[in-house]
Design a protein around this ligand. Structure first.
Ligand code: NZQ
Ligand code: ZN
Length: 391
C-alpha cells in the first residue's frame, strides 16, 4: 500500500425524508443567502424543490434560483451563475439534482472566488483560489460528485469537456434520500450504475501491489451493485435496493476505495471525448468504452482480471486457464450492461468510426500524449481502444 492522505469532509445525511433537514444543515454551515441550482425540471415536477424551499424558508435563510443545468453541463450557465452570485451576495450554493447540477454548482463556487475567466481553472487547477461552500440534495446515484473533489464542465465553443479537482469544492454536506430516485427513467438509473461500476474499476485496475483490503472493498461494492440493480429492474420502488445503489454511488467516488494505490482513469478520459462530441449520457459512453478498454489491457495483469471475473462476475475459476476466465469476466460485465439496456458499441450511441481521429485530437488537447496509469496508453493505443469499441 502506498502512502496516502484521505480527506472527506462531507457530512452525509442518508435516508427517508432527509431533504427536510436541508434548512437546518444550511444554518449550521452559516448560509445566509443561498443559490438554489437545479436542472431541467425533474425537481420541480417531483415537488422536491418546493420542499427544499420550505425547509430553507423555515430557517429564514434567503435564496435565489438558477435552473436549467443540462446533462454534460455547459460553461454558459456557469458564467451566468457566477454573475448572479456576485450581484446577489450569495454565500452558499445548494445543488438540487445529479452530477451535472452539482458540477455546475462547484464551477460557479470556484468562479466567484476567481478574478479571471473561470475556464482557466479547468486548464490549470493550481489557479483555483478557493470556492464558496457547496452542498447537494442528490436525486440520481451516478457521478459521485456529492462526495468528490471534481467538477466536469463542457465549454460550448468547440465542445471541450474537461475536469478539474480541488478539495475546496468537496460538498459540505450531501442529502441522499433513496426514495427521490424512484422517479428516475430506467435508462438514467442504468447509466448511473455503469458510471459507479466504472469509478470502482478505475481504481481496481492498478499496478500497485498489496492493496488487498481495497481490492476486497471494491469487489464487495461491485457485487452489491449488481445484485441491487437486478432487484430494481423488477421492482423500481424497492427501498433497500435503491439505498444500496445510492450509497454505492457515493463510496465508489469519494476516494475511499482508491486509497494507497495508483488509480487509472483512462476509460473516463476516453469517454469524456464521446460525451463531448455526441452529447451522450456519460454512463452510456462508459458502457461502450470500458469492455473495449479491458480487453485491450488484459495482458497488463491477467491475474487481476481473473480475480475480478471470479469474485464479481461469478465465473468459475479454472486452473491454467487464467486468460479464458478473465475474458469470460469481461464478457459477463458487458452482458450485464446489455441486460440494463445500455449500449455497448459506437454505433448504438451514434458515434462514428470516421470521427476517431477528431476524438484523438481533442483527447490530446485535454490530456496530452499519454492517458491512464494501469497501462500508459499512447494515442495509438487510444485509437485501438476506440476501434475495438466500434466492434
Ligand atoms: O435535469 P433534470 O430535469 O433534473 O433531469 C435529470 C437529467 O436529465 C435526470 N434526473 C436526475 N434525477 C432525477 C432525474 N429524473 C427523474 N427523477 C430524478 N430523481 O437525469 C438526467 C441526468 O442527470 P445528470 O445530473 O446529468 O446525471 P449524472 O449524475 O450521471 O451526472 C453526469 C455528469 O457528471 C459528470 C459526467 O461527466 C456528466 O457530465 N461526472 C462528474 C464526476 C464528478 N464531479 O466527480 C465524476 C464522473 O465520472 C462524471 O464524469
Ligand atoms: Zn464517471
Amino acid at each position: 500500500m502506498l502512502n496516502f492522505k484521505y480527506y472527506s469532509p462531507t457530512e452525509f445525511v442518508f435516508g427517508k425524508d432527509t431533504e427536510q433537514e436541508v434548512g437546518k444543515l444550511l444554518k449550521k454551515c452559516k448560509a445566509k443567502k443561498v443559490l438554489l441550482h437545479y436542472g431541467s425540471g425533474s425537481v420541480k415536477r417531483s415537488g422536491l424543490l418546493d420542499r427544499v424551499i420550505k425547509s430553507i424558508e423555515a430557517e429564514k435563510i434567503e435564496h435565489v434560483e438558477l435552473g436549467g443545468v443540462v446533462p454534460n453541463p455547459r460553461d454558459t450557465l456557469v458564467y451566468e451563475g457566477i454573475e448572479l452570485c456576485k450581484t446577489e451576495g450569495v454565500n452558499f450554493i445548494l445543488a438540487v439534482g445529479g452530477g451535472s447540477v452539482i458540477d455546475s454548482a462547484k464551477a460557479i463556487a470556484m468562479g466567484v472566488k476567481y478574478k479571471g475567466d473561470f475556464w482557466d481553472l479547468f486548464d490549470d487547477p493550481n489557479k483555483i483560489k478557493g470556492a464558496l461552500s457547496v452542498a447537494a440534495v442528490l436525486t440520481i446515484p451516478a457521478a459521485g460528485s456529492e462526495g468528490s473533489n471534481a467538477s466536469v464542465i463542457t465549454k460550448t465553443e468547440g465542445m471541450l469537456k474537461r475536469v478539474t479537482h480541488s478539495n475546496s469544492i468537496i460538498p459540505a454536506f450531501a442529502i441522499i434520500n433513496p426514495e427521490l430516485t424512484y422517479t428516475l427513467p430506467s435508462y438514467q438509473t442504468a447509466a448511473g450504475v455503469v458510471d459507479m461500476i466504472s469509478h470502482i474499476l478505475e481504481r481496481y485496475l492498478t499496478k500497485t501491489n498489496d492493496v488487498i483490503l481495497t481490492d476486497r472493498l471494491c469487489e464487495a461494492t461491485l457485487v452489491s451493485i449488481i445484485e441491487a440493480m437486478r432487484i430494481i429492474q423488477k421492482e423500481p420502488t424497492n427501498y433497500e435496493a435503491r439505498a444500496t445503489i445510492c450509497w454505492s454511488g457515493t463510496i465508489a467516488h469519494n476516494g475511499s476505495l482508491g486509497v494507497g494505490r495508483v488509480e487509472d482513469w483512462a476509460s473516463h478520459r476516453l469517454e469524456h471525448e464521446l460525451s463531448a462530441m455526441y452529447d451522450v449520457t456519460h454512463g452510456a459512453g462508459l458502457a461502450v468504452i470500458f469492455p473495449a478498454y479491458m480487453r485491450y489491457t488484459l495482458e497488463e495483469d491477467v491475474q487481476r482480471y481473473r480475480r475480478l471475473a471470479v469474485k464479481v462476475f461469478g465465473i468459475k475459476d479454472k486452473k491454467n486457464k487464467a486468460k479464458k476466465v478473465a475474458l469470460a469476466g469481461i464478457g459477463a460485465m458487458e452482458s450485464f450492461f446489455k441486460e440494463l439496456g445500455m449500449p455497448v458499441t459506437f454505433e448504438e450511441i451514434g458515434a462514428k468510426r470516421e470521427d476517431i481521429d477528431k476524438l484523438l485530437e481533442k483527447l490530446k488537447i485535454n490530456v496530452g500524449e499519454i492517458v491512464g496509469n494501469f497501462k500508459s496508453l499512447t494515442m495509438e493505443d487510444c485509437k485501438n481502444v476506440y476501434e475495438l469499441a466500434c466492434k
